[in-house]
Design a protein around this ligand. Structure first.
Ligand code: FCB
Length: 449
């Protein structure tokens, strides 16, 4: 197994507020859309909700210790907008800011750099009721919060990500309704959500840089990840094309429809298609705000699609029956961390982080009291070897973060998908490091020798 990264490569793990914290409205916090959605009958598997989750609101010091004992350089967590700005109107709840100050301090005290996601889907319910991501005022309110947070955390946080996976907000929260707030909009409505998220990135990045010029600001993207069926030049070119191509699937779930305007100030070429009118509806003033190239880019990559050249173009190679899959049914395709990352870097040559990568397993506490997860170890060994190849291939790769540090509330799937390096017993909050945690700890230590 060949897993090698450049000097200074950062190892870490990630989480998000609604998935781990619980107690959203304690000490003056406001409800987010997830608090309301998860209490709507039929929305979450097994009728679960995030009311308590891993109770990281009280147990954050244990989480910081777990990250430190893993040997992590960084711990990525999100700050809940609604906890700090309950109505999303700038009437701050100081207790919210103080909580995140304590989380950051606890990481720093243990030698772990806090990395902050400013928005991981925790829209204040009150802001949703004023129009949510369908109105530009939400982008402005978010930027005000982001600036205030950066001012508060100045000197403690070096790397921020503005938004996590706008593609999911667009196509799930406001597309098929499978994420909070559960709205079902047509393509034109979803496109406006995309534009408002892009405005939010541009405004928030400027606000954060104004508050703390020394920090680095990025965005976290996800999308269609393609890799070639063979190393023939034709297949390699076909896979490069398929990841960004309009005919390859919903453009609202691609990296380029999010990132092209942010990096380059224009939407991907779509002339003569149904998308042209929507793209043309974005005003020059909006594009000016949106055009705000991040100083770092995070990709969340879990799986990809195999592609081969066909008839002068490309085709997706179907997965064979019995294809290896995680317990959420996601295909296990390590190649996505190699090829797809290279294609992305060619298009967006910014310092690159894998901001999330991991898998859901049906982990249980065994009779010996431990959690054995050989599938996770095997998955990580394969994916990290693939990522090493991308690094060797010239990608400016700065770090890799495991999703997640602990098991947590997996949105509409509730608690059954377990993504953590650390098992969480939700009845007690007890954390049990899994075998993969110890395996990764050794790998990280060996990488420093
Ligand atoms: C990503 C999300 C993250 C987690 C993983 C499994 O899309 O950013 O919160 O749910 O998927």
């Amino acid at each position: 197994m060949d897993i090698k990264f450049p000097r200074g490569f950062l190892w870490g793990a990630a989480s998000a507020a609604p998935q781990i914290e619980g107690y959203a409205t304690a000490d003056g916090g406001g409800a987010s859309v997830w608090d309301i959605y998860s209490h709507t009958p039929g929305k979450i598997d097994f009728g679960e909700n995030g009311d308590v989750a891993c109770d990281s609101y009280h147990r954050y010091a244990e989480d910081a210790a777990l990250a430190a004992n893993l040997g992590a350089d960084v711990y990525r967590f999100s700050v809940s907008w609604a906890r700090c700005d309950p109505l999303g109107d700038g009437n701050w709840n100081e207790a919210g800011f103080e909580y995140y100050g304590r989380v950051a301090d606890e990481c720093l005290r243990r030698g772990v750099q806090p990395v902050v996601t400013l928005y991981h889907w925790e829209l204040p319910q009150a802001a949703e009721e004023r129009g949510g991501w369908l109105v530009p005022e939400t982008a402005e309110a978010f930027a005000r919060f982001a600036g205030r947070m950066a001012e508060y955390l100045r000197g403690r946080v070096k790397l921020y990500f503005t938004l996590n996976e706008p593609q999911c907000t667009v196509t799930m929260s406001y597309g098929d309704g499978s994420h909070a707030p559960g709205r079902v909009l047509d393509k034109a409505g979803q496109f406006r959500v995309l534009v408002n998220q892009q405005l939010a990135h541009g405004l928030a990045m400027r606000a954060v840089k104004a508050a703390d010029p020394d920090c680095t600001v990025g965005i976290v993207s996800t999308g269609r990840h393609c890799f070639p069926d063979s190393e023939s030049p034709e297949d390699i070119a076909a896979a490069r094309l398929a990841g960004f191509d309009l005919a390859g699937g919903d453009p609202l779930f691609t990296h380029n429809w999010l990132l092209d305007p942010i990096f380059y100030g224009s939407y991907p070429d779509c002339e003569g298609t149904e998308w042209a009118e929507l793209a043309a509806s974005v005003t020059p003033r909006e594009l000016e705000i949106i055009h705000c190239p991040p100083e770092a880019i995070g990709y969340n990559i879990y799986h990809g699609k195999r592609v081969r050249a066909a008839g002068g173009g490309y085709e997706f190679v179907p997965e064979y029956p019995g294809f290896p899959r995680t317990s959420l049914g996601w295909p296990i395709t390590p190649e996505a961390l190699d090829w797809s990352v290279r294609y992305l870097y060619e298009r967006y040559p910014a310092p690159t982080y894998i901001a999330e990568n991991g898998l859901a397993c049906a982990d249980v506490v065994s009779l010996d009291g431990r959690v054995h997860d050989p599938q996770r170890i095997d998955f990580l060994a394969r994916y990290l070897a693939a990522l090493s190849r991308a690094a060797a291939g010239g990608v400016d790769l700065r770090g890799w973060l495991h999703w997640s540090l602990t098991d947590n509330f997996e949105w509409s799937n509730g608690y059954y998908p377990r993504f953590g390096l650390v098992y969480c017993d939700y009845r007690t909050g007890e954390r049990i490091p899994k075998d993969s945690y110890y395996w990764l700890r050794e790998l990280i230590a060996a990488s420093r020798e």
